[in-house]
Every structure is written in structure tokens, then in C-alpha cells.
Design a protein around this ligand. Sequence first.
Ligand SMILES: Cc1cc2nc3c(=O)[nH]c(=O)nc-3n(C[C@H](O)[C@H](O)[C@H](O)COP(=O)(O)OP(=O)(O)OC[C@H]3O[C@@H](n4cnc5c(N)ncnc54)[C@H](O)[C@@H]3O)c2cc1C
Length: 970
Amino acid sequence: MPPSKPRSPNKMLRELRDAVGEAAVDVREATRHAYRRDMLPTLTLDARDNQGPGPQPLAVLRPRDEAAVARAVGVLAQHGVPIVPFGAGSGVCGGAAPLFGGVVIDLKHLDHLESVDAGALQVTCGPGLITQTLEERLNAAGYTLGHFPSSIFCASIGGCVAARGAGQLSSRYGKIEDMVTGLRVVTPDLGILTTGSMDRAGGTPDWTPLFVGSEGTLGVITSIRLRVHPLPEALVLRGIRLPSLDSGIATFREVLQSGLRPSVMRIYDPLDTWMAMQKSNDSGGAAPVPGAGSPLSGGARPLPAENAVDPKTADGSTSSTPRLLGSVVSPGTVADAVVSRFRRRTHRSVDTGGPLAGLKERLLKDRLAHLLKPENLPMDKLLANPALVNRTVDLLPGRCLAIVGCEGGEAEATEHLAAVVQAAHRLGGTDLGPGPGERWFRTRYHVSFKLPKVLQQGGFADTMETAAPWSQVRGLYDAVRRAVAPHVLVMAHLSHAYHEGCSIYFTFVGYGANIQATRTLYQRTWDAALEAVLAAGGTITHHHGVGVLKRDFMDREHGDARRLYEAARRALDSRHCMNVGKLFPDEVPPPGPPAPAVDSLALRLAPGEDGRADVGMGWRGVDLAAELALRGHFLPPLGRDFLEGTVGDWLESPAHAAHTAVHGAWEHPLLAVEGRMDGDRKWVSGRLPRSAAGPSYLPFGTAGATLPTQPVLATLRTLNPPQLRPVGLCFDHLETAVPALAHSLRGAPRPLAGMLYPGSDPNGFRSVVQDEQQARDGGIVYLCFGEPDGFPAGSQQVIRALQQAGGSLLGDDAALAWWEDHWGQAAREGSAALATTGPLQDAREIGRCTAVVPWGRAMLLLRAIETLTGGPTRASGWIEAPLETGCTIQWRFVSSRKGGSTSSLVTHQLRETLQSFGGRIAHIHFNSVDAIPDGMEPGRGTILSTADADGADVDRLGSALRATLEGALG
Ligand SMILES: Cc1cc2nc3c(=O)[nH]c(=O)nc-3n(C[C@H](O)[C@H](O)[C@H](O)COP(=O)(O)OP(=O)(O)OC[C@H]3O[C@@H](n4cnc5c(N)ncnc54)[C@H](O)[C@@H]3O)c2cc1C
């Protein structure tokens, strides 16, 4: 660890003033005191108990732009002083606290916001913008980011990215890592780096995932590019009562895996249910509206409730006279024994509504009522024996409250919500009407701010968020409750659900008789909880990050992958100044045991409910799709390049990076990578689903042979075989068809696959290389939707929009023929199908190119590349994989010249044009390319020297990583 104090502090401060300006260097005692801490509860306990002051920074810097940040980082690294990036200090793990001294860089002045790039549905902003401000400004322009952490008023967007946070609507919009498409980062050793969509040259791999979640330990984020969405028209909410937590988990999984994207998915466990139903801090108001709007502004009409019951009595509650549990039942007493016996005897009768049910529920509710008002609670009594309190809580009926919400056009949101309610109904759920959901919405930011009240009463409260694949969620819940029950009162809810799993958010409330006892109890609780999480297969954090709180458990979660992190840190920060002491313990453990070799044709299917498969690099895409289909798993279409090559080829190609730079990680079927380094040491890119335990190592698996981190398994998302619905429409003009398709997909359910090609022949999808005589005017659109039984037809909304834009529906036969050719036949028959499906072989073909492009540039690019390659080389382009933010365009090039080579000027212009239009090249290959003519002057249309190319950032980082990895792995 470097010295936390510079040898010559005055000299350092002088240099800092030169670097960022006099006014931006704050050394006042009060300021340094204020920046001592973030929201880590132990630091709050210290403040409450007048412990400290702990370490405080030497200075607080407030740079106004990226150049000033870069200069400051340069000075501090020269002096070997710890650098602590600081967003808004709302982190709850100590990540922004200068616990090891050093200088804090407060980034709030980097709050620029560019106007939304409507064609790409992306926006670029500074890290210092407060998340609520960002959302409000996007709403004013008609967009939403979709990131709503409970700390929205006090968290910066840079802090959210650095700690890999999640918002309340993550089931629809994803976590922050799903939103970020590119970054600019200031690093001590490599200066300013651009990644992903911010790297204009489209260099690969995309290193964005390495910085998201790095918690300021690899560099300072100075600019962020994020996906945005059109602000939906309506948000409709519902409360549902489910008979048990298990039925709630099953409902959520079924809904998420059906392809529906509700924005709110919350299930409360029995105690949290009871608390949620009792909350009294809602003074009512208008119905909710999407976006950041005030809860009091007007909004969508509530959905009429079927079987709705009054939310106030939905759980059977009645008015009560509070009595104290702790004062009635003391540990080890006769009363304790009586309660235990009572519990054994009556547990079944309560859940099944037996004769004692009403009486017991009332008794419990009377006692538990105090939990709602911690400020009035004699905590020493209530929490004297947490094990007993938890056992008593177990007496509560097992039923759970779920809050679900859907967004979109009003009709569509209502239809989707009805489908969610139906799914719950099939598993025993009862519709409670809009009341509980709307009440949650109005008070959605209140709960976190109740925790300090517990602190004032001498206790502590903290929250732990973990996540696991669906098959392990229930086990994880039980394991953590069991582990912490002797120490603290525990309750939980599930609030971030994805296709492959979901998160559990535990709340702990504890009490110690004095400062020391409280601290010991706090530590014991966390140790027990995190041990249980790891043993149950969960991640130690889903969205709060690691900081200092969880760092001692990081090596257990990361294993040998820690060495990838260390290589990155040495490459970026060789003097080890960035946020010292955070994320990982100082000591790097010795390598673990060698991992067994993995067969290149390995195929490991996760339990059916987890919706994923681990596949070896040697699988040919087409055979993999067929093998999975044989085993009852449907691989979502990944395009012709995937079918024709191996998984290894696909991973190495820039396809993955191109996709994420335009669409973000959310839509990508690649969930994780496992690899080997140093012979047989295993690394995994991260725990599923969406761990926030440090960075993701995914780019190490997609960097190909440039790094010694060979990938051996790719984890791909799979679906339960859905009901397929292929549809086709024809348009008179290509210029109408392209924007119509883009528009129809905004906020709509995602199609499994799609294609749009020029022409008017419904069977022309195989002869996409056009003859000159062919009509080029029209456009044919094919889409395929997966529609599970019992869920609304996602296709209807899209078809309606396409028809309104002038599309005429084609017959089912044509649509089916396209689907069979595109994916269906290959997924059934494997390699054998390749010869008879896909674009016809053309003897004149000299090359292919695939690029991912934002919608706003798609039409222009289709035409531009055709024009550009005019002459002996001719291009035919068509659209594939249409998604909300953009699409993939494929081009095939034919040449009328004998020998079929093309000029390097053409390939160069192709690259330049794609880049300047915001396209990202996923694949480019020409059979043979003529050398550039001698004496050609640099200028428009000529090849730039490598030194001039923007791709240099990726190359610089790549070579630095290669050097540190080779050094470390020997
Ligand atoms: C009441 C309350 C509710 C919360 N609810 C949620 C929630 O719903 N979801 C959620 O995800 N989190 C939640 N949190 C936790 C916290 O708000 C998040 O971790 C948030 O992302 C932190 O943002 P910040 O700007 O305050 O970052 P800080 O606390 O300032 O910093 C967090 C980490 O990021 C680093 N960092 C900050 N800015 C940069 C930068 N520009 N470059 C590099 N590193 C940087 C810091 O060094 C630190 O390691 C909650 C916290 C509180 C107090």
C-alpha cells in the first residue's frame, strides 16, 4: 500500500492548484471532516457514538472538466497519494470514504448532459449528474433512463456506474451495466481511455465491463454514454396476494421467462409483507406516472380491479392495541417454551385457516406493530433475543404480497399487467387491485430513510442484497435467514427479477448494549450472512457494491479471476493509488488448485428453470442449436454468422462488442464466459445474475488470442420452446419500411428474429444479392415472435404499427418459409440444413460485412454503401436482428471483374463510412484486396496511419494487459 501522506504535502498542494485551479482545491478542516465518510452504517455509528474522527482526506478537489481530472490524477500518482473518486457519497459499503487517507476528487461539477441522440436512443453525460436530475431532464425531452435507485435524490450517475447499481424498475430496463454502452475514464498510467460506443473506431474487445463496478479502483469515470427509452405513456400497478413465497418466486420466473417485461416486480416475505401492508406514511395522491415525475402529478387511470379487496384488510389485519413482544416473552422463560409449543401446534392451522388462525394472527400483529415505528421502540427489549423474535415471525401466515407494474401505451401496459395477474392466479394468487401498488409507488423512496431512526434508538439497521439463479433463490433465502436469525431481526423481499434469476434484499435490525457490543454484533451478522450467501451459490452483492464492507469475501467469490483484476490494476495504476483498500483485500492469495480441462464440445445445461446453457468453444452454431432443441431448450436466433462458425469464432469476432456498443448488454444472449489462464487456472466472468461484486471479466473472454486468457465455455441464454409466430409484411418503398420497423419496435415486446430486405418478392430472402434489373424500391419485413401460452400476443402491437405505416400483411406460408430458412430448419437439422438455407451462393461474391447500426442511420447506410461501392464492386445490404435501439445490417459484395478482388480504397471507405455513421463493424471479410496505389496522398478515402486511428485506446489497454498478464502468469 502506498504512503497515505505525500513526502512534501505543500508541494503537492501547489501542483494540484496549478492542475485544477485554486478554487477547486479545498483544504478547510470542515470540508475534510465532512468528506470522511459515505453511508456505510459503521461510519454512521461512529458519528452517532462520537467515535473518531477517523482518517480524513488531505484535500477535496472539485475539478470542472475531464482535463482537470486528468491533471490532478497525474499529480497525485506522481506523489503516490491515494485517490478517492467521490460521486455523492450515498454508497453504503465505504467505497467513497477515504479510510486510508489521500485526496478526494468530488466529481459533481462534471455534470454535462448532451442532447439525446434520437436515432441511436443514447445520451452522453458527465458522472456528476444526480440521477434524479438526469431523469427529470430526460423526461423533459420525452425519454427515460429507467434507472430509479431508492437513493435517486442523492446518488450521482457516475457512482451508480462505478458501484454497478440497480433501480426499482430493473426488470424492464436492466441494471446500470445494461444501460452503459461506453465510457471515458482517466487512468494514472494510460491517461484517458475511451471504451465501447465512445470509442469511435469501434475497437475490440469492448472494455466497458471492466470499468463498470470497479468502484474507482481502476480509474476515474469522466463521461458516460447510456441507452435511453421513449418515456412510456402509462404505468399501471397491482398488488397480488400469493399463498407462499415459493408461489411468488414461481410466478415471477414464469412471467420473466415468457418474454414479458414488467417494470416493477417485488415479492415481500411474510414479515416484509406485513410491514408493507401496514405502512402509514402514505397520505394518498394521484395515480402513478412513468419517469421521475412527482408522485403528486396526475397520471394514468388505474386498472379496474377484478376480485379486488381493500388493501388495508387484504392480509386480514384489524386495529390493534400494541404490546411488546420482548416484554411478554423473555428468552429461556416458561413463556418462551409456551410460544415454541404454540408454534409447533398451530403453525399448520394458521396457514390453512384453522380455528386458531384469527386469534394468533391478531396476537402477532399486536406485537409486531412496534416494528413499524422504530423511533418509539425500546429496542433493547424487542431485540434482546433475535432468534426468538425471528421464530415468532415464522408464525405469520406464509402468504406474501407482490407488487407488479407494467409500462407502455396504456392499452398494452394494461394487457401485460393482466397477463401477470393471470400467471399469479394460476399459482393461487389473488388480485388486490391497484391500491397496494400505487401506495408502494408513492412511498417508494421512503423506506431507506427510516433506517437512521433505528440508529437513533441505539440499534442498527442495514440491508444486504444478493442474487442467484432461479433454482437457488429459495435455498439462498432460507440459508441467510437461518444464518443471521440468532443475531438480528431479519426480513426480505425479492425486487429485481431477470430471465435467469433474481435478487433478494434482506433487511437486518440489531441491537447491542454498548458501542463495542453493537460493532461486534454488526460484524458477526455480516460474516454469517455472507458465508451463507457464498455457500448457497449467491453473489455477495447485486447492486450496493463491495467497498470495504464485503472486500474480505471477494476472493471467495472471484477465485483465480482475482488475477485478472490485479493485471488490470497494474496496467492502469502501477503505483496503486486508485481508491486504495477498496474492493479486494491487500493480500493476493496464492493460486487455487488447477481446474479440470473442458471438452471443446462440452454442453452443460443448467436446471430447466434457470434458462441457460454452458457450451464449449468447438460447437458449430448450427449443431448447437439443433442439439439444444433436441434437449428441449430453444436457442434464440443469433444470425447466420453464428450458425456457420463455431462458438469460439463467434466469441472472438467483434460481433459481441458491436452489439453491446449499440444495444447495451441487456439484449445480448451471452451471459458469461469461463476461461483458463496460466495453463489450467480457471476464471469466470462473474456470478449470475448480474453480480455487482467488482468488474465483469467478460472482455478477457472475447479478446481472442491477443490475451493469454483462453475462453473454454460460453454461457448462453436459452428459452423454453415458445409458440412461434412468424409474420411478414410488404411495403411499397424501402424508405418507408425501415423507419416503420424502427418505430414499431419502440417499447414493444422484442421479436426473436427479423429481417428486412429491399425488393418486393416475398421469397426474395435467399437472393438478397440483387441483379441490377430487379426492382429495388419495395421492402419486405419478416419477424418471428415467441409467444408462450397464456401470455398476450407480443406480435399484435408491432403488426398494428407496421400496418398503420403502410405495410400489407403477407400470407402465413411466406412467413413460415422465411422462418424455416432463417433459423427454424437449421435449429432442427443442424449442419445438414446449411446447404439449403440462407442467402444463395453467388459465384461473383468477393466479400461480406456485418455492422450493428442505430436506427437513425440504418436507411442512410443501406443506400450509402451501395453508392460507395458502385462500379465493378457492388453491395447488397439487408437488415437483420432488429431491436428497439438499432439493427444489424449485412452486406454481400459481388464483383463483375474477373478474379474478383476489390480495391483497398473500397474497404477503407467502407470502414470509414460505417464509423462516421455510428455503425460498429461485427464482421468484415474480402477474399482478396488490391494494394493501395503508390503515391496516394493521405486524405479523404485513404488509409490513416495506425497512430492516427481512434482504435489506439483499445490497443494501448490490450498491450498493457498482455504485458501485465504475461508478467504475472510467468
Ligand atoms: C437511502 C439509500 C438507498 C439506496 N438505494 C439504492 C438502490 O436502490 N440501488 C442501488 O444500486 N444503490 C442504492 N444505494 C446505494 C448507493 O446509492 C449506490 O451505491 C450509488 O450507486 C452510489 O452513488 P454515489 O454517487 O453516491 O457514489 P459514491 O458513494 O460517492 O461512490 C460509490 C463508489 O463509486 C466510486 N465512484 C464514484 N464516482 C466515481 C467516478 N466518477 N469514477 C470512478 N469511481 C467513482 C467511489 O469511489 C465509490 O467507490 C442506496 C443508498 C442509500 C443511502
